[in-house]
Design a protein around this ligand. Structure first.
Ligand SMILES: NC(=O)c1ccc[n+]([C@@H]2O[C@H](COP(=O)([O-])OP(=O)(O)OC[C@H]3O[C@@H](n4cnc5c(N)ncnc54)[C@H](OP(=O)(O)O)[C@@H]3O)[C@@H](O)[C@H]2O)c1
Length: 234
């Protein structure tokens, strides 16, 4: 067996990305987690443990991404999980916030793939994070909905261009125990839970399990996978 490359998780300093980093670190893998701030990324890596290192760059400044990834070696698992949240209605449109989110996911995620492409092994796999707002808009989701919708087509284009490297996306519904949602006032989550057919919101562990499936199954490619308890049926 050739020696394994590393697992790179962009947006791995917090939330779901961080839980995924723990999964791979606990299995003895070399893991790279990234965020915007070098000290925070190093502290997160130390807390995750194992052979995890932290690096920093800002996806809203895509021209700085390649430099931020300069020290990364061969890669066989790459996850793009970073997000800057943008509650932005079309009636009260904040173009700066909208542009940041669009650049972060559409240009920033792609630039990470571009920068690491020479280091991706031929059996590597990539997972992009979208989100269920692509199918279930809410007031304020104009940019989130369109950006996550575009992630579905990025998957196809990247899978074609990078073959035999596999590229898939995950689209979580509301992840009840993620830092963003668990900080909401009491009662907010109940409305979402009550219309979820499974009677429970997705957890970070559920999402990690699904990302690992997308990364590790050698025949899953070009898939956009919803992990939402069947919310669209409710
Ligand atoms: N949580 C949910 O319920 C949910 C639902 C649907 C979809 N999703 C998707 O799942 C993914 C993970 O969400 P989450 O809730 O776990 O995220 P989170 O806890 O908010 O963590 C966001 C991560 O992105 C990094 N980040 C933020 N802005 C960045 C920037 N400009 N450049 C580079 N890195 C940046 C943060 O690093 P630092 O703070 O260290 O800089 C952190 O590691 C996201 O793509 C999100 O759209 C989540």
């Amino acid at each position: 067996m050739p020696e394994a490359g590393c697992v790179v998780i962009v947006g791995g300093t917090a939330g779901i990305g961080r839980e995924l980093a723990k999964h791979y670190a606990e299995r003895g893998r070399d893991v790279v987690v990234t965020g915007r701030d070098a000290d925070r990324a190093k502290a997160a890596a130390a807390e995750i443990g194992g052979r995890t290192v932290g690096m920093a760059f800002d996806l809203t400044r895509p021209e700085e991404v390649a430099g931020g990834l300069a020290d990364v070696g061969p890669v066989d698992r790459l996850v793009l999980a970073a997000i800057e949240r943008d509650e932005n209605t079309v009636r009260d449109y904040d173009v700066v916030r909208a542009a940041r989110l669009a650049i972060l996911k559409l240009v920033g995620y792609t630039e990470v793939v571009h920068a690491l492409e020479p280091r991706l092994r031929s059996d590597a796999a990539i997972v992009l994070f979208g989100g269920l707002a692509k199918d279930r808009p809410y007031v304020g989701s104009t940019t989130v909905t369109t950006v996550n919708g575009a992630v579905t087509t990025m998957v196809s284009a990247l899978a074609v261009e990078l073959a035999p490297i596999r590229v898939n996306a995950i689209h979580p519904g509301i992840v009840g125990d993620s830092p963003y949602w668990s900080a909401k006032p009491e009662g907010v989550l109940e409305a979402f839970r009550s219309r979820t057919p499974t009677g429970r919101l997705a957890t970070m562990a559920d999402v990690v399990d699904a990302v690992v499936f997308l990364l590790e199954n050698r025949s899953v490619n070009g898939v956009n996978l919803r992990v939402d308890g069947g919310t669209l049926l409710g």
